[in-house]
Design a protein around this ligand. Structure first.
Ligand code: FMN
Length: 281
């Protein structure tokens, strides 16, 4: 199930202009005298009415402090309460007001969060992260990542994949050297995860492990962590070093940590450039 929060407004046109053009919220659904907007997993509806409802606070949040600081600069003329830390809730936030006088809060949480991203947001916004904060990842958070990874599909449901978590600094350094400069992100991160598939469980070693790696990266991102796919190292040396049976398959090494860089959504090919129908040529 999912949900929408609705407000009545006497000025739907003005509200539409504000939420769609000023706050850049996508119109998720348009109905007679009604707009429903989407921002991440927030669905927000406004209905033309004889009355205007302004109770409550609409909170828009992002995991990155920088995004909230940029929003603060962008909406400065609309600010009704300045950017500040609220120690009680451990958040960093500011308020603006919409044309009806509703309070809109922009905030970031200064602590880890449970998963909240919508599927499309997770798939579109994940980026390779190569700089990480000098901050250990809480074991409970990693557990949540792995709880999602349980559902990674495998050939014949073999459940052939394993994640080998490496936090020992010497091992991390050793692993980063295996891939030359392209392995640098490993050095930067507090943890690296090797994704492995077991040859005694599947003949589809590459597919099972590659999908498990993708699941791991997306799960980690949905929980606020950054990752990067590093491969092309001498896998036999990696196996020997970490005591992985030689017949197992190592898909990649994935450095993981709290991101210390923010990337915009990059330009990508339009759909008609890579989707073909009936014949490839
Ligand atoms: C199979 C594969 C191998 C990769 N190997 C490396 C690598 O060795 N080092 C690195 O920094 N990034 C590596 N990447 C990350 C890509 O450079 C990155 O995914 C690509 O530039 C697109 O950027 P994005 O992930 O932010 O969308 C690899 C990605 C894939 C899928």
């Amino acid at each position: 199930m999912s949900g929408i929060i609705f407000f009545k407004t006497k000025s739907l046109d003005i509200i539409h202009h504000f939420y769609h053009y000023t706050l850049m919220m996508e119109v998720w659904l348009e109905q007679p005298n009604c707009y429903i907007y989407k921002k991440g997993n927030l669905l927000l509806g406004f209905l033309q009415s004889d009355t205007t409802e302004t109770q409550g606070i609409i909170t828009i949040f992002d995991q990155n402090k920088e995004v909230i600081e940029n929003a603060y600069q962008q909406y400065l003329p609309l600010v009704i309460q300045d950017l500040a830390v609220n120690e009680k809730f451990n958040i960093y936030h500011f308020y603006i007001s919409d044309p009806d006088g509703r309070k809109i809060e922009f905030q970031t949480f200064l602590h880890p969060l449970p998963a909240f991203k919508s599927a499309d947001e997770t798939l579109i916004e994940r980026r390779s992260i190569r700089k990480f904060k000098d901050k250990a990842i809480e074991p409970e958070l990693m557990n949540k990542v792995f709880e999602i990874c349980r559902y990674s599909p495998t050939s014949r449901n073999s459940e052939s994949f394993y994640y080998l978590v490496i936090t020992n600094k010497d091992d991390i350094h050793w692993l980063s050297e295996c891939r030359g400069r392209a392995g640098n992100p490993i050095k930067e991160a507090p943890m690296t995860v090797l994704v492995i598939s077991d040859n005694t469980k599947t003949i589809r070693l590459e597919q099972d492990a590659d999908i498990a790696a993708t699941y791991f990266m997306l799960s980690a991102f949905s929980l606020g962590l950054g990752t990067c796919w590093i491969t092309d190292m001498n896998k036999n040396e990696v196996k020997k070093h970490f005591e992985i049976p030689l017949d197992c398959h190592v898909s990649c090494a994935i450095p993981v940590g709290y991101p210390d860089e923010v990337h915009k959504i990059p330009l990508r090919r339009e759909v008609d450039k890579f989707v073909k129908y009936d014949k490839f040529t």
